[in-house]
Design a protein around this ligand. Structure first.
Ligand code: ZN
Length: 162
């Protein structure tokens, strides 16, 4: 008699999912391979991972993740005002435009133009999904015990093993 596997730490989970934000589908495994990850290793956002414990193959669940357990709350300090004359002339100065800037260490960072005034441009460095409630339709479609090596590495070794 074999035990029914349930999602727990040390399980490799195969999950189909659809992510909706403000009623709009932002991401989905539909038409792709299911998402494969190691439960308990922080491979997926914490608010979703926490709700999967105890689920069996074939079970589905609507998981609503609050911003603090998802992509974070909106950080007021992540808005940066740049004088218009310092703004690169090759980028249109329009609200919502995505730009990439590099910090003092040369690390690329994504930002969006939040607002434009007569003398400055305000950039928003928050994650685009910061402050958003995430609605996941999650369905467990596969479960297996992780190997010792996978548990050690904290991720799944699939076709592109390392
Ligand atoms: Zn590895």
């Amino acid at each position: 008699m074999s035990e029914i596997l349930k999602v727990q730490d040390g399980q490799v989970v195969l999950m189909e999912y659809t992510l909706r934000v403000d009623g709009e589908i932002l991401d989905s495994s539909s038409g792709h391979e299911p998402l494969e990850f190691l439960q308990g290793a922080g491979n997926i956002i914490p608010g979703l991972e926490d709700e999967l414990y105890g689920m069996a193959v074939g079970e589905s669940k609507l998981v609503i993740v609050q911003p603090e357990d998802g992509y974070g709350v909106i950080d007021a300090e992540a808005f940066v005002e740049v004088p218009r004359e310092q703004f690169p002339s090759n980028i249109p100065m329009e609200e919502g435009i995505e730009i990439q800037v590099t910090d003092e260490n040369g690390t690329p960072m994504n930002a969006r133009i939040d607002s434009v005034s007569d003398d400055s441009v305000t950039l928003d460095f928050n994650h685009p999904l910061a402050g958003k409630e995430l609605h996941f339709d999650a369905k467990i479609v596969g479960l297996r015990d992780a190997t010792d090596e996978e548990n050690e590495h904290g991720h799944v070794h699939g076709a592109h093993s390392h």
